[in-house]
Design a binder for this molecule. Structure first.
Ligand SMILES: [Zn+2]
Length: 481
């Protein structure tokens, strides 16, 4: 049993989705030919003047409001000085002591964690969220390195958590929760493969019961949530081993080698930078009125966690189903519309998960292009509840709806699929099936009750799936007695 408790904090960078860059009018677009989306400002030429991007500031405030932060009415930009080939002007415009957002939190847990164990509900504190500019992107090609300034000046949020997490699963849940919020809030796409979300982990160990923190180790540039989870587990084991051996840990920055599954030393604290922060003289303080902050608050979407809780309470669906349905914001709102218009929202959830998501996946169709309207699924579920069609025919009807976008009642009418509920008509199907399967009828009469299911199937086949299944079973039993 582990005798140490891990103390974990995360520093996450999220590129903000905006039309233009943070301080110039170059497009903020991923994937263009290197160094084609540039101008003197984002190339760092001397004498140029930055102009702050209002859209990015609004999105920074949105990120803060969605994570329950206090929003500063007065904020400012500072210069963070350092020398590196990705930073042509030798300083990055960032925020030091007056960020836009402080003192928030994110809710995690309530379901299964990444490793499959239950994860208790709790809040992870958010220390601050500030806005800065992304540096250029360096790519190493063996003997030389390329710098792509298309990324230079892209608005970037830095989101710093409190050291509130205690396990790799909690860190993972925080990262997925944060990504979900950023995407729901329209703040960023957070595609890690495109570098739109990057994460550093701070981790230390201390004996259980001890208040003081242990020596903090920072792990840089984790490029996936899975890598973050593995790196935390690796560091917990490594640091525990060092402490058990009586060694003192040094404060250091480590990298993560995903192939080897281990962290490695990058630099120790002695080499720590002094960034010489000072207010950027080219930029005014940013003032946000209470009215402006409130109008941003009024435009916020419902958060996924709140949405899940509401769906469980209002629609009577399971927590797991709510998680599946809210994994994608567009699917969630599609389902919401369908369920809200139905007397049987739980059935609507089942159909959405088992049929709709399956067909979307098989046909590689985005929900936005889904031919079935939410109201049409609600009517299909109603047709089944009223006994107009049975569940099996319902699946065929849904497949047809998905192919053509036709309303379910029209399909049922035009294809003559309505369930046969008339006992006389069902009795005729039953008689046909009994006549065609004398051997099975004998087996049933000899006491083999399992054959009944086969005979039910035969009646359904004779009726081309349209007979009311309850009537079929009742009539079969009656006639075979
Ligand atoms: Zn530019």
């Amino acid at each position: 049993m582990m005798k140490y408790e891990a103390v974990i904090g995360l520093e996450v960078h999220v590129q903000v989705r905006t039309r233009s860059k943070m301080f110039c009018s170059c497009p903020n677009r991923f994937g263009a030919e290197p160094n084609t989306l540039v101008c003197p400002v984002c190339l760092g030429y001397p004498g140029t003047l930055p102009v702050p991007n209002h859209e990015a500031i609004v999105k920074a405030v949105r990120a803060g409001l969605l994570t329950h932060c206090k929003i500063a009415e007065v904020s400012k930009f500072d210069r963070k000085s350092y020398f590196y080939p990705d930073l042509a002007k030798n300083y990055q415009i960032s925020q030091y002591d007056m960020p836009f957002c402080t003192g928030g939190y994110l809710e995690i847990g309530g379901g299964k964690g990444f490793s499959g164990q239950d994860l208790a509900e709790r809040q992870v504190g958010i220390t601050r969220i500030h806005l800065e500019e992304d540096p250029a992107k360096l790519t190493h090609f063996g003997k030389f390195t390329g710098a792509d300034f298309n990324r230079s000046g892209v608005p970037l949020l830095e989101i710093v958590s409190e050291p509130d997490m205690r396990s790799a699963d909690e860190a993972y849940a925080y990262l997925t929760g944060l990504k979900e919020i950023m995407r729901y809030g329209g703040i960023g796409d957070c595609d890690m493969e495109k570098g739109q979300m990057r994460c550093d982990v701070n981790i230390s160990l201390r004996p259980f019961g001890q208040k003081e923190f242990g020596t903090k180790i920072e792990i840089k540039n984790l490029n996936s949530f899975r890598a973050a989870h593995r790196a935390v587990e690796y560091e917990m084991a490594r640091q525990a081993e060092e402490l058990d051996a009586g060694h003192t840990l040094r404060q250091e920055t480590r990298g993560w080698n995903d192939d080897h599954g281990e962290t490695y030393l990058m630099r120790t604290k002695e080499e720590a930078h002094d960034y010489r922060y000072f207010p950027d003289p080219d930029l005014m303080e940013v003032r946000l009125s209470k009215e402006e902050i409130e109008s941003i608050r009024a435009s916020l979407p419902e958060l996924p966690e709140a949405m899940r809780r509401r769906m469980v309470a209002d629609y009577g669906i399971s927590r797991y189903d709510a998680e599946v349905l809210t994994a994608d914001q567009d699917v969630a709102s599609w389902f919401d519309r369908a369920a809200a218009g139905s007397d049987a929202p739980k059935q609507v959830a089942n159909w959405t998960i088992s049929e709709l998501l399956r067909l979307l996946g098989e046909t590689k169709t985005a929900i936005a292009d889904c031919p079935v309207k939410p109201e049409q699924l609600a009517s299909l579920v109603a047709l089944i509840a009223k006994g107009v069609i049975n569940n099996r025919i319902g699946k065929d009807v849904f497949a047809e709806m998905f192919r053509t976008g036709t309303a379910p009642d029209e399909i049922v009418k035009s294809k003559g699929l309505a369930q046969v509920n008339d006992d006389g008509a069902v009795a005729a199907f039953v008689d046909q099936a009994i006549a065609a399967n004398p051997a099975q009828v004998e087996q049933f009469k000899a006491g083999n009750a399992k054959v009944l299911q086969f005979l039910v199937g035969q009646v359904m086949k004779v009726s081309r799936g349209k007979a009311n299944p309850q009537s079929v079973v009742a009539l079969l039993k009656e006639k075979l007695q």
